[in-house]
Design a protein around this ligand. Structure first.
Ligand code: QAP
Ligand code: CO
Length: 168
């Protein structure tokens, strides 16, 4: 098992569009274990492979209270199921210390594969629906700060750049 280093905004590598997973092997399953370990350690409720500089369409999620409902999301697609939206305060392990409101559809159907390559589909609402969309954005090189005003985004960028200089 291993904790993996997490890329932080405004790292350009977070803008990489991830490739579909084609091989469901032990190497993939080990990577997923390490992603869960990294996510639970943070602690976080979602992690996309992009954030650990692996540009494949892999996500780990656990939005449960007791952190005992791991969800493996590979090659995801989703459709919006209702016109309703949800305004939720989002954070991100790649934007540490910053939380801002983002509006997204709050009911979706996710279709994805698990770590064996088995396809599944589930309906998600509220926090899980938001988290799935946030993580799929990562696979497309998008971050929640992209939904904020340029002023807010630039303030966050400056503060994180300053922290990164201090820790360099
Ligand atoms: C995405 O984010 C998410 O700033 C997952 O210092 C978040 O797990 C979707 C975290 C909220 C919907 C709502 C953030 C940990 C974790 C931080 C996370 C931090 C430590 C973020
Ligand atoms: Co994130």
């Amino acid at each position: 098992m291993a904790l993996l280093p997490i890329l932080e905004f405004p790292d350009k590598r977070l803008r990489t569009v991830a490739e579909p997973v084609t091989e469901f092997n032990d190497e993939l399953r080990q990577l997923i274990k390490d992603m869960f370990e990294t996510m639970y350690d943070a602690p976080g409720i979602g992690l996309a492979a992009t954030q650990i500089n692996v540009h494949q369409r892999i996500i780990t999620i656990d939005t449960s209270e007791d952190k005992n409902e791991p969800l493996v999301v590979i090659n995801p697609q989703f459709e919006v199921l209702a016109d309703e939206t949800e305004k939720m305060q989002e954070g991100c392990l790649s934007v540490p210390g910053f939380y801002e409101d983002v509006v997204r559809p709050n009911k979706i159907r996710l279709t994805a594969q698990d770590e064996q390559g088995e396809e599944y589909s589930l309906e998600a609402d509220d926090l899980l629906a938001v988290c799935i969309q946030h993580e799929i954005d990562h696979l497309d090189g998008k971050l929640f700060v992209d939904y904020l005003s340029p002023l807010k985004r630039n303030r966050i960028r400056s503060k994180l750049e300053k922290l990164h200089r201090q820790h360099a």
